[in-house]
Ligand binder design. Structure first.
Ligand code: GSH
Length: 233
């Protein structure tokens, strides 16, 4: 570790939130957690807007330095606290740009598309089969891209598990739980998911800010889907 961290993580138990807690756990960085309960819109309160002007979790404060957007946070943590390259590649190397590409692929692709699939399947105030089909298909297409890559490479950026894997895992974890996606349809992605899921630091990161068993999460999403489906005319 290159300097003394004094990190406060502002988060909630979501696909974007766990990326940061897992990274902090992988790097054994001490941190405090502030729960930002998005179901009560705490992320839109003025105190939090000062930390993330976009009013979304996750965000961190590190000794006064704010960093928001999960991709930026992972890159910041790697730059500042992973000089040994435990879970990141060194700036300027070919693998670094591969790592950066898969991070951008997640924040610009998997996150927004799967987020819309979540919205229309689980949260929308009206039922739209068109929107559900469109975003589910796009999510599955993006999973196929990951699957293809992982058929050719052990990890997304190369031979090492990195923040690019953590970034994408955050969302792939929620595919089966929230959207009923069967990872058996994507065998290389499943192999990769299971390897990441089995890591001790990942298990610790998944319990931030609260422990919620997978069964409880599945049931929560099942009830949400039931409610949205009932709006079908
Ligand atoms: N691009 C952002 C997305 C952040 C995001 O959408 N966070 C969600 C939780 S996963 C959130 O705060 N939602 C509440 C809201 O939209 O107000 C990132 O990668 O950090």
């Amino acid at each position: 570790m290159s300097s003394n961290p004094s990190i406060n993580l502002f988060t909630w138990l979501t696909a974007n939130g766990i990326k940061v807690s897992i990274t902090l756990e992988e790097l054994s960085i001490p941190y405090q957690v502030t729960e930002v309960e998005i179901s009560t819109n705490a992320q839109k309160e003025p105190w939090f807007i000062k930390i993330n002007p976009n009013g979304r979790i996750p965000a961190i404060l590190d000794d006064g330095q704010r960093v928001f957007e999960s991709g930026a946070i992972l890159l910041y943590l790697a730059d500042k606290y992973d000089s040994e390259g435990k879970i990141s590649y060194q700036f300027g190397t070919s693998e670094y740009y591969e790592q950066l590409s898969w991070i951008m692929f997640q924040v610009g692709g998997v996150g927004p598309m799967q987020g819309q699939a979540n919205h229309f399947r689980l949260m929308a105030g009206e039922y739209s089969q068109y929107a559900i089909d469109r975003y589910m298909a796009e999510t599955r297409r993006l999973y196929s891209v990951l699957n293809e890559r992982l058929g050719a490479s052990p990890w997304l950026a190369g031979n090492k598990y990195t923040i690019a894997d953590i970034c994408n895992y955050g969302w792939v974890r929620y595919g089966p739980i929230a959207l009923g996606i069967d990872l058996d349809d994507f065998p290389h992605l499943k192999r990769w998911h299971d390897a990441i899921h089995g890591r001790t630091a990942v298990q610790r990161g998944l319990n931030v800010p609260r422990v919620v068993p997978d069964e409880q999460l599945r049931e929560r999403y099942r009830l949400m889907e039931e409610k949205t489906t009932a709006l079908q005319s």
